[in-house]
Design a protein around this ligand. Structure first.
Ligand code: NAD
Length: 276
């Protein structure tokens, strides 16, 4: 697969399919780690207000010398900021911390169905897009019902970021996203580096290609059309994950990994129950 392949979003913008995630990257190391990723070739960075490292990400971008239009930066609205006015304030603060005039993608981090604020928030998101502060707008961790409510506004999210890895492959939600032209983004794509990477099938496929289990899992995400942003703070692994673009799995291998999904595969919170 070509490096830095992009997918087309439903609003006409494009998104690099392989990016770099920075959840649980401490604020004081974020700058160095993101600088390393950019040096390796990553052009898509996935952060969020709640990660507490937007400033470090912003400094790495500023010091990289890479033209802004070559980068794709995502940040997310945290739960406490949901609501119309508070969303408009929150995006300005994120942009200030990032040192950017705009983000490429702004996401509602969790639907928080019991709070019932996501439609007001979505209204503000449309204004944020119209003002140019976000090139694209989308959602993350939305329940099927919350996603339908958003679709009913007539403004279709460009992306839906959800937990997705071989042991939790979200086929149903991916099909819903695809039906509406929404790009699915996979969070915790490596299953946080645990059971998914130890899986016997993944390991066997890795051996057959002289690749690593992480590379096999990333290649699987790319093959099934996900946007993916594995996280690592280790330079060798940041490089290894990037090199996964050189690995092409056969249809049979993709199908074998598709079959690994399990009912108890979820690692993070269920969006339906996460209302804090
Ligand atoms: P991940 O699946 O990317 O796993 C990261 C962990 O896997 C690392 O900490 C490391 O222990 C291990 N790892 C990384 N590269 C490896 C390699 N080559 N070989 C072996 N082990 C390796 O988990 P993640 O950080 O949870 O998810 C990635 C990104 O998704 C986050 O950084 C964040 O940007 C995003 N995310 C979003 C949400 C959301 O609610 N929208 C939630 C979680 C994560």
């Amino acid at each position: 697969m070509a490096r830095n392949q992009t997918l087309k979003l439903n609003d006409g913008n494009t998104i690099p399919q392989l990016g770099f995630g920075v959840w649980q990257v401490d604020a004081d190391v974020a700058e160095d780690v993101v600088a390393k990723a950019l040096q390796i070739g990553y052009r898509h960075i996935d952060t969020a207000k709640i990660y507490g490292n937007e400033e470090g990400v912003g400094r790495a971008i500023a010091n990289s010398g890479i033209p802004r239009e070559e980068l794709f930066v995502t940040t997310k609205l945290w739960n406490e900021d949901q609501g119309y006015e508070s969303t408009l304030e929150a995006v300005d603060k994120s942009l200030e911390r990032l040192g950017l005039d705009y983000v490429d993608l702004y996401l509602i981090h969790w639907s928080q169905p019991e709070k019932g604020k996501y439609l007001d928030t979505w209204k503000a998101f449309q204004e944020i897009k119209a003002s140019g502060k976000a090139r694209s707008i989308g959602v993350s961790n939305f329940t099927e019902k919350a996603l339908q409510d958003v679709l009913d506004t007539g403004v279709v999210p460009a992306a839906h970021q959800i937990e997705l890895h071989p042991y939790f492959n979200q086929r149903a939600m991916r099909e819903i996203d695809a039906r509406h032209g929404i790009v699915t983004e996979a969070w915790s794509p490596l299953g946080q580096g645990k059971a998914d990477l130890q899986d016997a099938t993944v390991q066997e496929i890795a051996r057959a290609h002289g690749a690593t289990p992480a590379q096999v899992v990333i290649a699987w995400h790319l093959a099934i059309g996900n946007v993916v942003f594995p996280k690592s703070v280790t330079p060798e692994r940041i490089q290894e994950n990037w090199d996964a673009q050189d690995l092409t799995l056969s249809q049979e291998e993709v199908a074998r990994i598709d079959a690994l999904t399990r009912d108890d595969g979820r690692i993070g919170p269920d969006p339906a129950d996460f209302n804090d």
